[in-house]
Write a protein that binds this ligand. Structure first.
Ligand code: SF4
Length: 445
């Protein structure tokens, strides 16, 4: 059995690819190790949508290459967005790499490794980077790696939106949805494996099915998923404002299995900037969608993302965004200063904003939002909420840790259990007793 370690970088969508790869490796008889130290094969699944991610990927690859000198590593494999973006040139830049795979070539990895290791004397890097076509990968089950009773279900790959600052469509290709039956089967497999919370992810979940012959909608998929016995929760991540339909809002309000939580990145609110970003929405429409959601689901927690310092962003444009944030629609907000990504259209736009001004604007947005989020979480004290128990907390093994329906994994705070006991993977009623920054403290009722 070839001792193999998989190092995963990037977003939850990459995590799904890594879990599919692990499933295929185990099925092909590979032995999976948690750490690379004793691994004969090291596979790095990379992210490359923005330069800081590219740097992190290259640094990680070089760290793993060191195990070829003073470790057991015989083969270094690099997969995902970095090879898809830079192709075979990567092996010239980093000659320690033996095999390269694109974002839709993961299913080829086990056989290619076996072939390569049998002809070990070959010094030529094997390069399997095809045009993104995910149909084979879509149907591969995931080996659920998270012990914390939640998982990500990737419902589509690629993106048709083509925002002017974004390289993802160039890397991942056009939108390709997973057939509805395949997703239902995968969700059933997750529940059978003990998953209680399924997080739906894609570049844009609201575009689900638009590329499939039968044109299933996101609401059709949700209708199918909510009837899976044993499924505790469904969470919607990465929705696009202008595809939020009245049917979707109505369904979220009606179905308690769908978390009172949604992540809708807007990037900006000022029309000239939204237009320049090639976003499909305008400020007034975004406001109407948010008002409608908050009216129909008063208990909903809304997460979003904004970019400050986009080329041409005037003081007036920025003020519009800051005032919108101050209105308090967002319960959680990720804010970033614009990065002129090489290869994106916006990187060549005139009126690039000075870094110091970007930082100033970013701080103003984050300071404004922090107060809003803390007030929203403090309002939870005294309320009884459903908490998914994940196990002992990383902070102290005297405390159990879990998440409410309005705390997404790996991005929002957690809930520490100060009183009561429960098995990991169970959902309990807990009274919120305290709040610290973005974390809550509760006692099981
Ligand atoms: S919606 Fe826009 S920002 Fe998001 S992946 Fe697609 S092109 Fe990129």
């Amino acid at each position: 059995m070839l001792k193999t370690a998989v190092i995963n970088l990037g977003c939850p969508k990459n995590e799904v690819d890594a879990e599919k790869l692990i499933y295929l490796l185990l099925k092909a008889g590979f032995q999976l190790l948690a750490e690379p130290d004793d691994a004969e094969i090291i596979i790095v699944n990379t992210c490359a949508f923005i330069q800081p991610a590219v740097e992190e990927a290259v640094n990680t690859i070089l760290q793993m290459a060191a195990f070829k000198e003073d470790g057991a590593c015989r083969l270094l494999v690099v997969a995902g967005c970095l090879p898809q973006r830079y192709g075979a040139s990567l092996s010239r830049e980093i000659p320690e790499i033996d095999l390269l795979f694109g974002t839709s070539d993961f299913h080829k990895i086990p056989a290619a490794i076996k072939n390569f290791s049998e002809r070990h004397n070959s010094d030529k890097t094997v390069c399997e980077i095809s045009l993104p076509h995910y149909s084979e990968l879509h149907s591969v089950p995931q080996h659920i790696t998270s012990p914390l009773a939640y998982s990500y279900l990737k419902i589509a790959e690629g993106c048709d939106n083509r925002c002017s600052y974004c390289m993802i469509p160039t890397i991942k290709g056009p939108q390709q949805s997973v057939p509805l039956e395949t997703l239902i089967l995968q969700a059933r497999q997750m529940v059978a494996a003990g998953v209680q919370e399924v997080n739906l992810v894609a570049q844009d979940i609201t575009a689900y099915g638009s590329d499939l012959a039968e044109k299933p909608q996101l609401t059709d998929l949700l209708n199918a998923l909510i009837s899976i016995p044993g499924l505790g929760r469904l969470r919607l991540l990465y929705a696009y404002p202008h595809r939020i339909t009245p049917e979707l809002i109505e369904m979220m309000a009606r179905e308690s299995i769908i978390c009172n939580y949604i992540d809708i990145p807007i990037q900006h609110i000022s029309d000239p900037i939204l237009k320049s970003m090639a976003r499909h929405d305008r400020g007034e429409h975004i406001r109407r969608i948010f008002e409608s959601i908050k009216t129909q689901i008063p208990d909903l927690f809304l997460r979003s993302t904004v970019i400050v310092g986009f080329p041409g962003e005037s003081e007036k444009n920025f003020r519009e965004l800051l005032d919108f944030v101050a209105e308090g629609f967002f319960d959680y907000l990720g804010a970033f200063s614009y990065w002129p990504e090489e290869g994106s259209r916006a990187a060549k736009f005139p009126q690039q904003v000075p870094e110091s001004l970007k930082e100033e604007r970013l701080k103003a947005i984050l300071d404004t939002q922090q107060g809003i989020t803390e007030r929203r979480l403090w309002a939870e004290v005294g309320r009884t909420r459903k908490v998914l128990i994940e196990g002992l907390s990383q902070e102290s093994d005297l405390l159990l840790q879990g998440r409410t329906t309005f705390q997404a994994p790996e991005i929002d705070g957690v809930t520490y259990i100060t009183e009561g006991d429960a098995e990991p993977g169970t959902i309990v009623d807990a009274e919120i007793q305290n709040c610290h920054e973005f974390d809550l403290f509760a006692r099981i009722k």
